[in-house]
Design a protein around this ligand. Structure first.
Ligand code: PLP
Length: 384
């Protein structure tokens, strides 16, 4: 049975076009792009083509793209570089709803003596702007605020935040791992200094990412060793995956407008039907300002894990809370920060769509979900 895969914020399928373009670099062209001989050295061109394609998706210059091993590395590098390049400043601003790639790195720096402000959000998951303005002082080394939330899809006002941070001369990093390819981003118009990208959220393989670093931003490498990536990120390049990342960015750029419309209309239909057919269901997050592919719905008084297991029996893949925190029954830090009641947090399910979903997938979930919720609710001690 082909799964109905609605967990694309956790990871995505590799696009066939991406795989086709990668395969020669896993099979025949296995040289090292830094080698002097022609066999390896010729691969440098392919590496630079991928850099151009990633840059083109976000309106950057190719020289502003550094390839990394994943979104987590891009986030860690951006924050560490900002801290290392501004040694006189000891304050980091971030938010309480970031992905662990930023959250846990910030907590690590807090343990090392940095002051970290974790900005709150409101019930809709929107950033508390008053707290943001209040947190800005002369000691801020970096502000790291996410573009789009992985659990709810809620978008932060990056342009507005960036304009203020630019005025104050504060380095601004945004974790755009969930936003890339799902919403248009143009760094020519967007006042960000660094921006994190991950391949596997965008139909490229796992284990490849990129960091955009605006020209003129002081950069201090996080991974030290050889002089790959112009000395900004050591380690022999994962060429096949980088080629895949380049190809996927090219596809995203070409098809973005029609894809956003198609995916959003499927997501909206799924959400509307589930809310209508399942009593005591509610959407978490600002529905007017979020990614087109994500919906996070709480089915109150039901355990999310039980819903997932029942969906799984029908070949439907979704997630409760963030993929990275599944496996533990800790309630989602994002929904807690939004002050979602515990009974709703525990019954929250995230559906995240992609280019490969069909209307048939949505029909199947709309059909299977209401009886699952009714049955589980009847078993629940809180059932009503
Ligand atoms: N940032 C966000 C918002 C994410 O959703 C994720 C992955 O779920 C990451 C960072 C980490 O990316 P990667 O899995 O490539 O390390």
């Amino acid at each position: 049975m082909k799964p109905v895969y609605l967990d694309n914020n956790a990871t995505t399928a590799i696009a066939p076009e991406v795989l086709d373009e990668m395969l020669p670099y896993l099979k025949d062209f296995y040289g090292n792009p830094s080698s002097m001989h022609t066999f390896g050295g010729q691969l440098h061109k392919k590496l630079e083509e991928a850099r151009e394609r990633v840059a083109a998706l976000i309106g950057a210059e190719p020289g502003e793209i550094i390839f990394t091993s994943c979104g987590t590395e891009s986030d860690n590098s951006a924050i560490m570089s900002s801290v290392d390049s501004n040694t006189d400043k000891r304050h980091i601003i971030t938010s309480s709803v970031e992905h662990p790639a930023v959250l846990n790195f910030s907590k690590h720096l807090a343990r090392k003596g940095y002051r970290v402000t974790f900005l709150p959000v409101n019930k809709l998951g929107q950033l508390d702007m008053e707290a943001f303005f209040k947190a800005l002082d002369d000691n801020v080394a970096v502000a790291s605020l996410m573009y789009a939330n992985n659990e709810t899809g809620v978008l932060f006002p990056i342009a507005e935040l960036g304009a203020t941070l630019k005025d104050r001369g504060v380095v601004f990093h945004t974790d755009a791992v969930q936003a890339i390819g799902k919403v248009p981003i143009n760094v020519k118009e967007l006042p960000v200094d660094m921006l994190a990208i991950s391949g596997h959220k965008l139909h490229a393989p796992k284990g490849v990412g990129a960091l955009y670093v605006r020209k003129g931003t002081r950069f201090s490498p996080y991974i030290l060793g050889g002089h790959q990536e112009h000395g900004r990120r050591a380690g022999t390049e994962n060429l096949a995956s980088i080629v895949g990342l380049g190809k996927t960015c090219e596809l995203a750029k070409t098809h973005m407008v029609e894809e956003i419309a198609r995916v959003q209309s499927m997501r909206d239909r799924l959400e509307k039907e589930l809310l209508e057919r399942c009593p005591q269901a509610r959407v978490n997050g600002d529905t007017k300002n979020r990614l087109p592919n994500t919906t996070n719905i709480s089915f109150e008084f039901v355990e999310g894990e039980a819903i997932l297991l029942r969906l799984d029996e029908h070949g439907i893949c979704a997630s409760s809370g963030s993929a990275c925190s599944s496996g533990s029954l800790e309630p989602s830090h994002v929904l807690r920060a939004m002050d979602v009641p515990p009974t709703a947090i525990h019954g929250s399910i995230r559906f995240s769509l992609s280019h490969y979903n069909t209307d048939g997938d949505i029909d199947k979930v709309i059909d299977k979900m209401p009886p699952i919720i009714n049955e589980l609710r009847a078993l629940s001690p809180y059932g009503r």
